[in-house]
Design a protein around this ligand. Structure first.
Ligand code: FAD
Length: 346
């Protein structure tokens, strides 16, 4: 277990709210760290609907969730926030000068905490069939860590959402055999990706089997074969595979945060108009924060992140102004622009 360098603000959750909070922390000159259970930043944008267009973020007539996440990551990490991925926050320990946040892998001392955990940590939905638990990590996976691992392999992908469709399109030129099964006729994927997928099927790059579910995964030290069944006729088919990707979504779960003594309303954390929770020094923002009249939208999370960080700055240093001023007038950016201009002149 590692003991990390202390930070002024620890942000639990690297979704749009957490990323914008990391940007704001940099803007206000405090150090930040983001911790997220997911393998990549972006929260729901990256995990649930990367290929969907979003139409209600100010300044963007429409923007792909994937592109918005990319921009938020660029903006949110520009001040050097420490990023810890694939770590689930477990406990919050009160210290003399703040808190220690612990995860399954480390201990993170911090002056203040911002919980931007959305609907909670995303837990991958499991295939409910024999062999899944034993073979998970042995050729069976619920997300793609590295597409190169599928080079020349016979791969079965399970799912009917954006993630399954995006990944078959991404993997089709690498695999020896690629099969996509889905339990229904209808997909929940972006129309453009669906058109590309149909073309891949027509071109023989992908085998698509509808109304099919996994009956059993077979293997020993790694997955070797799979039995699927037709859910209309109950007929089984078994074939050899080298890898199985179960891309059937994520199930949000508030998890250990629920036992920290925070005032909860159902699966959300009650906050006041400063985004303060009932624990002094612990703030919440975004989907996880609740108050009368709350709207669970990306833009709400941005605004709440700005409020939470500015109040956290004031908590750390009571002499600091709450109001950040306008970014257009900030010395920080002016100096950066002058340095960039000087570099171009040279
Ligand atoms: P999230 O995006 O949920 O991010 C929270 C992060 O915290 C996650 O990555 C999670 O892994 C992490 N986390 C949670 N608990 C822990 C823990 N214990 N340890 C470590 N990490 C943790 N909103 C709009 O405004 N416009 C739209 O058009 C729109 N379309 C949508 C379409 C779909 C299909 C869905 C599902 C949502 C849509 N939304 C839309 C809602 C929007 O995505 C959310 O409001 C937004 O993502 C909330 O951001 P967040 O950062 O608060 O939380």
């Amino acid at each position: 277990m590692t003991e990390a360098e202390p930070r002024d603000l620890t942000i639990i959750g690297g979704g749009p709210t957490g990323l914008f909070a990391a940007f704001y922390a940099g803007l206000r000159g405090i150090s930040a760290r983001i911790i997220d259970t997911m393998p990549e930043l972006g929260g729901q944008l990256s995990a649930l609907y990367p290929e969907k267009y979003i139409y209600d973020v100010g300044g963007f007539p429409r923007v792909l969730a994937r592109d918005l996440a990319k921009n938020l990551i660029e903006q949110g990490t520009q001040f050097g926030a420490d990023i810890r991925l694939e770590e689930q926050v477990e406990s919050l320990i009160r210290e003399e000068n703040g808190f220690t946040v612990t995860t399954d892998r480390g201990r993170y001392p911090t002056r203040t905490v911002l919980i931007a955990g959305g609907k909670g940590a995303f837990a991958a939905r499991k295939l409910e069939c024999p062999g899944y638990d034993d073979l998970l990590g042995k050729g069976v996976a619920h997300h793609v860590k590295d597409p190169a691992l599928y080079e020349g392999k016979r791969v079965l992908v399970v799912g009917g959402g954006d993630s399954a469709v995006d990944w078959v399109l991404n993997l089709k030129d690498r695999t020896e055999r690629l099969i996509l099964i889905h339990r229904r006729e209808g997909f929940r994927a972006h129309a453009h990706s669906m058109a590309q997928m149909r073309r891949a099927v027509e071109d023989g790059e992908l085998e698509l089997l509808l109304h099919r579910e996994v009956r059993e995964l077979h293997g020993d030290d790694c997955v070797r074969a799979v039995t699927i069944f037709d859910n209309r006729t109950n007929e089984d088919t078994t074939f050899e595979v080298d890898a199985v990707l179960a891309l059937i979504g994520f199930k949000p779960d508030l998890g250990p945060i629920a036992s920290w003594g925070l005032e909860l309303h159902k699966n959300t954390i009650a906050v006041n108009h400063r985004m303060e929770t009932n624990i002094p020094g612990v703030f919440a923002a975004g989907d996880i924060a609740s108050y009368d009249g709350k709207l669970e939208l990306i833009v709400t999370g941005f605004s709440e992140a700005a409020m939470a960080v500015n109040h956290a700055v004031h908590t750390i240093n009571p002499k600091a102004r709450y109001n950040p001023g306008h970014s257009t007038n900030l010395k920080l950016f002016k100096e950066r622009e002058e340095a960039e201009a000087a570099a171009i002149e040279v």
